[in-house]
Design a binder for this molecule. Structure first.
Ligand code: ZN
Ligand code: MN
Length: 489
C-alpha cells in the first residue's frame, strides 16, 4: 500500500495597472483595434531604445513589499531569447539572476477550517514585458494566422511561489488571497477574462514506497482561465499522475518536466511539449537598459503607504468588533468599500454584530441581485444604521425589517418614508401588554405549557397577535408574554 503527498507550486503573471507600457509610451488600454497601440520600440524595430516606466517599477515594488519580499538594492534587466511570431524582437526583456524582489511569503487559511492556516513562501517576483497575441483561423475556412501586437510590452509582474501547497484547495486559496491583496493595494485590476491575471501550476506527487520516496515528474499546467479551473485541473492531474504511477510502478525521478494544457470543457489536461530549461533561453543582461537601484528608504516609504492589508483587516474585524472568522472573511473578500460601509454602520449603531448581519446578508444579497455597487446602493450606511436603531427600539417589528430595507432600496427613500409606505407604525407598550393579556386569557393552555417548560408554546400566540396587528414586534411580544406568565398567579 502506498500513500502520496500532493506538491503544488504556482506561477502567476499579473498585469500591472499602468497607463502605458513597460518600455515605451504606448497605451495599455484593453480592447482597442489590433495593432493600434504600437510603436517602433514595442514592435522591436532595429535602432530603437527602451526606457523604463517608473510607475510600473513602483507598482511592482508595492506588490513585492506587500508580499513580504526582500528588496535587493540593485536589480537589472535580462534578455530571454525566444523565436515566436508574437514577439518580434526575438527576445523578452525580463529579469533573471537579480530579480527586483525575492524570498517573501503569503499566509493563507480557510474560514471554514478545510485546511490548517499556512505560510506559502514566495521564491521571487520580477518584472517583465508581455508578448503579443496570435490569432488563428479568424476567418472561417481561410486557415489564416494574424498577430496583434497591442499587448506587446505591457508590464507584467511574475510571482513565483515555492512548492508549498499540498492540495488543489490550498492552491485556490493562495490565488484568492493573492488576488485580494493585489486588488486592495490597487496594483492590478486582476481581470482574468482580459488576461490581467494568468496562472501556471506545477504539480507532482511524492509517493511513499517500500523502497523510499518516489517523486512523479513535475507537470506544468497552462491555459487555465479561472481559479476554479486551476482547482479542477490540479485535481485531474493528481488523479492522472497517481493512476499512471500505479500502472507503471517505474522509477520516475529522472523524467523531465512536462507541460500540459487544461481543456476546461473536456475536464482533462493534455500533453504539449517538454519544458524548456532556463539554459535554452540564453539569458544575458540587456545592454540597452540601466540597472535600477532601490534604497532602503524607498522600500520603507512604500511600506508606509500600503495601508491596511486584507489579513490585518480580517484580524481587526475579529478582535476589535467581535466578528466570526467567517463574517470577517466574507466582508474583507468584498473589497474595501464594503468594509468601510460595514465600519460606518457599526460606528453609527454601536452594534457591530447587527451591522455585520445586515451587511453580510441583506446588503450583499441586494448587491448580488441588482446592478448596484456598494457606492450606488440607495441605502447609505447612516440610513441602514437608522433602520437597525429603530428595530432595536421596537419601532420597526423585527419581522418586517427586511421589507423596510427592500422598500428603502427600491423606492430610494429613508426609513421613515419606507415605514409609512408599508403602514408600519410603532405599537406602544400599553397596547402590546393589553393584546398579550387578552390572548393569554383566551389561551390558558399556553400558560400551563410554558410553566411546564415548553417555552415554544408562546409561538402560537405570536401568530395570533400578528394577525390582529401586523406591526407587533414578535421579539418584544414574546418577552412580554413570558413576563406576564411568570407574574400571573
Ligand atoms: Zn510602443
Ligand atoms: Mn514569465
Amino acid at each position: 500500500m502506498s500513500d502520496y503527498t500532493t506538491i503544488v507550486g504556482l506561477e502567476v503573471h499579473v498585469q500591472l495597472a499602468t497607463a502605458s507600457k513597460l518600455f515605451c509610451g504606448c497605451s495599455t488600454k484593453f480592447g482597442a483595434e489590433p495593432n493600434t497601440q504600437t510603436c517602433p520600440v514595442c514592435i522591436g524595430l532595429p535602432g530603437t531604445l527602451p526606457v523604463m516606466n517608473r510607475n510600473a517599477f513602483q507598482l511592482a515594488l508595492k506588490t513585492a513589499v506587500a508580499l513580504n519580499c526582500e528588496i535587493p538594492a540593485y536589480t537589472k534587466w535580462d534578455r530571454k531569447q525566444y523565436y515566436y511570431p508574437d514577439l518580434p524582437k526575438n527576445y523578452q526583456i525580463s529579469q533573471y539572476d537579480l530579480p527586483m524582489s525575492q524570498h517573501g511569503y503569503l499566509d493563507i487559511g480557510d474560514p471554514k477550517g478545510a485546511f490548517e492556516p499556512k505560510r506559502v513562501r514566495i521564491l521571487r517576483a520580477h518584472l517583465e514585458e508581455d508578448a503579443g497575441k496570435s490569432l488563428h483561423d479568424e476567418v472561417a475556412g481561410k486557415g489564416d494566422s494574424l498577430i496583434d501586437l497591442n499587448r506587446t510590452g505591457t508590464p507584467l509582474l511574475e510571482i513565483v511561489s515555492e512548492p508549498d501547497m499540498r492540495s488543489p484547495l490550498e492552491a485556490k486559496a493562495f490565488l484568492t488571497e493573492l488576488k485580494l491583496l493585489l486588488t486592495y493595494i490597487g496594483v492590478s485590476d486582476c481581470n482574468m477574462q482580459e488576461g490581467s491575471l494568468r496562472v501556471d501550476a506545477n504539480v507532482n506527487l511524492h509517493i511513499d514506497t517500500a523502497e523510499g520516496k518516489v517523486a512523479t515528474p513535475i507537470i506544468e499546467i497552462k491555459n487555465m482561465n479561472s481559479f476554479r479551473a486551476v482547482e479542477r485541473a490540479l485535481e485531474y492531474e493528481v488523479g492522472r499522475q497517481w493512476c499512471e504511477w500505479q500502472e507503471t510502478h517505474r522509477k520516475l525521478g529522472d523524467a523531465p518536466k512536462q507541460t500540459r494544457g487544461w481543456d476546461d470543457v473536456a475536464g482533462v489536461t493534455r500533453g504539449q511539449r517538454s519544458k524548456e530549461e532556463s539554459s535554452d533561453y540564453r539569458y544575458f543582461p540587456d545592454p540597452d537598459l540601466a540597472p535600477v537601484t532601490v534604497g532602503p528608504q524607498d522600500a520603507a516609504a512604500i511600506r508606509e503607504s500600503l495601508g491596511e492589508l486584507p489579513a490585518a483587516l480580517r484580524g481587526r474585524l475579529e478582535s476589535d468588533f467581535g466578528l466570526s472568522a467567517y463574517d470577517a472573511d466574507v466582508l474583507v473578500n468584498q473589497g474595501s468599500p464594503v468594509v468601510t460601509y460595514f465600519l460606518d454602520v457599526a460606528k453609527f449603531t454601536g452594534d457591530p454584530k447587527a451591522a455585520a448581519n445586515w451587511v453580510t446578508q441583506d446588503v450583499l444579497r441586494t448587491l448580488k441581485e441588482s446592478e448596484h455597487t456598494i457606492e450606488s446602493l440607495p441605502v447609505a450606511s447612516s440610513a441602514l444604521a437608522e433602520l437597525i436603531r429603530k428595530v432595536k427600539a421596537g419601532e420597526v417589528p423585527s419581522s418586517r425589517a427586511r421589507e423596510v430595507f427592500q422598500t428603502m432600496v427600491e423606492k430610494r427613500v429613508d426609513v421613515a418614508a419606507a415605514m409609512q409606505s408599508l403602514g408600519i407604525a410603532a405599537v406602544d407598550e400599553g397596547e402590546l401588554i393589553a393584546l398579550c393579556q387578552k390572548l393569554l386569557a383566551a389561551n390558558p393552555k399556553t400558560i400551563s405549557d410554558v410553566r411546564a417548560g415548553k417555552l415554544q408554546a408562546v409561538g402560537a400566540l405570536i401568530g395570533q397577535a400578528k394577525k390582529q396587528n401586523p406591526n407587533v414586534d414578535p421579539t418584544r411580544f414574546r418577552e412580554l408574554c413570558l413576563e406576564l406568565i411568570e407574574k400571573a398567579p
